[in-house]
Design a protein around this ligand. Structure first.
Ligand code: RB5
Length: 152
């Protein structure tokens, strides 16, 4: 599976750790940066990853900033993106089963490497339940279409 990954400076260290884990999960990784700990702006990297997922050229994305809040705000502006901020395991699992989340967001200043690795493993390997949840995702899509057409 193709996975785009991106972070700002606050998520850089965790991004590098997660790339190792993704290789073990046989993921095909596209690293959208950042490439160091120098201060950068999270929307720039959130936009790169979310744009790829939104266009359908990449199936899944992973975004990391300090808290995960800024990156999830950016990602959920994009059509077809369902970004889930998960700094614990229950939400990681449920965001796949009920929401078919296609971008995982984490806070590099909140969680450590081992918890993040487990969150990524669970998120990458859990399937969408479909059924009634699919109907709800269709409703989200309809809201998105309505807003695109008519504005707020
Ligand atoms: C950077 O200092 C920090 O604001 C950013 O990583 C993120 O947490 C924003 O939501």
């Amino acid at each position: 599976m193709k996975v785009a990954i991106g972070s700002d400076h606050a998520g850089f260290g965790l991004k590098e750790e997660i790339k190792e884990l993704l290789k073990n999960l046989q993921a095909d990784i596209v690293d959208c940066g950042t490439n160091g700990t120098e201060s950068v702006d999270y929307p720039d990297f959130g936009e790169k990853v979310s744009g790829l997922v939104s266009a359908g050229s990449i199936e899944r994305g992973i975004l990391i900033c300090g808290t995960g809040v800024g990156m999830s705000m950016v990602a959920n502006k994009f059509p077809n993106v369902r970004a889930a901020l998960c700094n614990e395991l229950f939400c990681a699992r449920m965001s796949r089963m009920h929401n078919d989340a296609n971008i995982l967001v984490m806070g590099g200043r909140i969680i450590g490497k081992d918890l993040a690795a487990e969150i990524v493993r669970v998120w990458m390997t859990t399937s969408f339940d479909g059924a009634r949840h699919l109907m709800r995702l269709d409703k989200i899509k309809k809201i998105e279409e309505k807003l695109t057409k008519h504005g707020c």
